[in-house]
Design a protein around this ligand. Structure first.
Ligand code: FRU
Length: 586
């Protein structure tokens, strides 16, 4: 049988399994299987061009993925699922790769795919995909004790492409169970970012308590589609009437849907070029345009993406205000992507920004993007999650088996200062459960310089430092995390410039992109004492002001954990009132 079809019969990995590869000489090859196993392991070379891999069953194309099959060398493998397919009816049509590429000898059938975590930079308590590429958090929704996290996912390589919604669930926002892909590309396009709601009153008619997902179908045009799940997100049915919202605007995406109590309607906010558009609906299916927001407001250095619209209490008052979260790329304060927000009023039709002249940033690091909040979160909480990377270099960071992590979850509230209302972000309380017993290193005076060596005995790179600084007579209060390789991250309270700064130019591997080395800065409110929490993981540092008045999220790629801290003062002394170091264990 094979003789007629094949140029080459490949004896593979698993005994008794074969496949026949027929090169057609024009960059097209066909693969037929003699037997099938759960996976075909595909060899990937990240710098190779994308080949188009189509799965055909009974001569019909089931799907087509763009996959960087190895031409010169293999960087890693990804699993291509074959389980459930009938061997005699399957054909793989691979286009755009030559006969002499190395991939042809490296294809392997296998019953398993090794998901062991071997990469030194893979975070220990931040969410990462098991393998492959991740960007924006999507469809975050809480239901029946579970926090669902969907995310922009490429299962066929660790660079952007083939957007699916990956899926994981957690009961505590810290330990995540990976679930199968929730939504895969279809005839309307790839599955771009979006949101989920719980349709408690069955307004859409899919079923009471259905989880309804909204996403952008990214095909030739960007349109908004929906899908629903009646089994708590384990499987989704795409709505036959898709798309439900269309436009002739090129960048038209990332629908975030929420219930507006006062008007008893669903509201969809989505990004359209450099503005946000608002729609309303009684039933999640029929949407009416309400208004647009954005012209002349905030930063416009790039495309607006991934919006969110929510109401939050203002701390210390009985007021509530509306917040419009707007992710922007490029045009962030340190280059590339960042999250800005607007505070104001929303009446179910129109959002009005109360301070159109002020640009407000949600995080002052370089690696905080696509931030959105959980829908239906319990106990009146508003919990946000960001993608911890930046489009400036996201595809180049030095990891392979997986690429990108999320920030830690953060609880949001508003506070007032100098006539403005700002958004505060604090690490979600669940993170405290990660702490081991504190190693106490304070208190002491810093006059010029003071070292605290060996922060932790066996430092594996996942820890928290809680610092309180007071008795400040200095112009600058600095501290520098460093390791024995001479790699360091320097932070400083610059009390003259009223700024908090973090410098990662010497933090470890930085050369993968000339946009990676950076000094980031946040405005500082002058206080008698400064409390701060540093959440450090194997490749990130998130600095939280004790009151949540600023947050700074930056990636770092050190050769070994920073296990020493050096304080220094300029123009006078200060005191470290307390310093606790906690190993963070999952
Ligand atoms: C933001 C974004 C979204 C889009 C998605 C595609 O990072 O560009 O606007 O839906 O990523 O993966």
């Amino acid at each position: 049988m094979c003789v007629a079809f094949c140029c080459m019969v490949l004896s593979v990995y698993a005994t008794g399994s074969d496949m026949c590869i027929n090169h057609l000489g024009n960059g097209q090859s066909l693969i037929r299987f003699i037997s099938i196993q759960k996976y075909l392991l595909l060899p990937i070379e990240e710098k190779a061009n994308e080949a188009r891999v189509s799965l055909l069953v009974d001569n019909q194309v089931v799907n087509t993925m763009n996959i960087r099959l190895a031409v010169d060398k293999v960087d890693y493998y990804v699993p291509y699922e074959l389980s459930g397919l009938d061997v005699g009816r399957v054909l793989l049509d691979i286009q755009g790769i030559t006969e002499n590429a190395v991939c042809w000898n490296e294809l392997k059938l296998s019953t398993s795919f090794d998901k062991n975590n071997r990469e030194p930079f893979r975070p220990s308590y931040h969410f990462t995909p098991e393998y492959g590429w991740m960007n924006d958090p999507n469809g975050m929704v809480y239901k029946d004790g579970e926090y669902h996290l969907f995310y922009q996912y490429n299962p066929y390589g660790s660079v952007w492409g083939n957007m699916h919604w990956g899926h994981a669930v957690s009961r505590d926002l810290v330990s995540w169970e990976h679930l199968p892909v929730a939504l895969a590309p279809d005839g309307l396009g790839a599955i771009f970012s979006g949101s989920c709601v719980v349709d408690e009153n069955n307004t859409a008619g899919f079923g009471k308590g259905a989880i309804v997902a909204f996403y952008t179908s990214a095909g030739r045009s960007q349109t908004q589609s929906m899908a629903y799940s009646l089994d708590n997100g384990r499987t989704f049915q795409k709505y036959a009437g898709n798309p439900v919202v269309t436009s002739d605007i090129r960048d038209f995406r990332d629908p975030k849907v929420s219930w507006h109590e006062a008007t008893q309607k669903w509201i969809m906010i989505l990004a359209a070029g450099q503005e946000m558009q608002l729609y309303s609906s009684p039933n999640l299916k029929d949407w009416t345009f309400e208004s647009r927001f954005g012209e002349g407001q905030g930063a416009h250095g790039g495309v607006w993406e991934c919006p969110d619209l929510l109401q939050l209490p203002v701390k210390g008052t009985d007021k509530k205000k509306w917040v419009l979260i707007c992710n922007l790329n490029p045009g962030g304060p340190f280059g590339g992507s960042a999250t800005q927000y607007f505070v104001g009023e929303f009446d179910g039709h129109r959002f009005v920004n109360e301070s159109p002249k002020v640009t407000k940033w949600m995080d002052y690091g370089k690696d905080h993007y696509a931030t959105v909040t959980w829908s239906n979160a319990p106990a009146g909480r508003t919990i946000a999650l960001a993608w911890m990377s930046n489009w400036d270099y996201a595809n180049q960071v030095p990891t392979f088996q997986y690429r990108s992590a999320n920030s830690v979850p953060r609880d949001l509230y508003l506070y007032e200062q100098d006539g403005q209302t700002y958004l505060a972000s604090v690490p979600s309380g669940e993170l405290l459960a990660l702490r081991s017993k504190p190693v106490k290193k304070g208190s002491f005076k810093v006059n010029k310089s003071r070292e605290v060596k060996n922060l932790l005995k066996a430092n594996e790179g996942a820890y928290e430092i809680e610092l309180k600084i007071g008795d400040v007579h200095a112009k600058k209060c600095g501290f520098q995390l460093y390791n024995s390789k001479g790699e360091s991250v320097s932070c400083v309270y610059d009390l003259e410039k009223k700024q908090f700064l973090m410098d990662r130019t010497l933090s470890g591997e930085t050369a993968f992109s000339d946009r990676f080395p950076a000094v980031t800065s946040a405005p500082l409110t002058m206080q008698d004492e400064y409390a701060i929490r540093l959440l450090v993981d194997k490749s990130s540092i998130e600095v939280f002001d004790g009151e949540g008045r600023f947050v700074m999220t930056n990636l770092v790629f050190p050769d070994e954990p920073y296990n020493h801290l050096k304080f220094d003062s300029e123009g006078g002394s200060f005191r470290v009132l307390s310093m606790n170091v906690y190993k963070l264990n999952k």
